[in-house]
Design a protein around this ligand. Structure first.
Ligand SMILES: [Zn+2]
Length: 75
């Protein structure tokens, strides 16, 4: 009966070692976090903000509705 227990322990040990070696050969490469949005600069004030938060008016990007209504021109 002890012999069987020993065999089971050896099999389990081999299984654990094989799993460890397998995971060692394939290291987990941390995936790059998805880019929320590229940084763009406001055409009015030049402030940088994520593209997803920018307002696009006439092909130009703005940081806020206010700057979008003012436009990219100076003054
Ligand atoms: Zn702005």
């Amino acid at each position: 009966m002890r012999f069987i227990l020993l065999v089971v322990l050896i099999v389990v040990a081999f299984w654990v070692i094989r799993r460890a070696l397998h995971s060692f050969n394939k290291p987990n490469i941390p995936e790059k976090p998805p880019i929320q949005g590229e940084l763009v600069s406001c055409a009015r004030c030049g402030m940088h903000l994520p593209r997803s938060e920018a307002r696009e008016v006439g092909g130009a990007l703005f940081c806020s509705e206010e700057h979008a209504s003012l436009g990219s021109g100076k003054g």
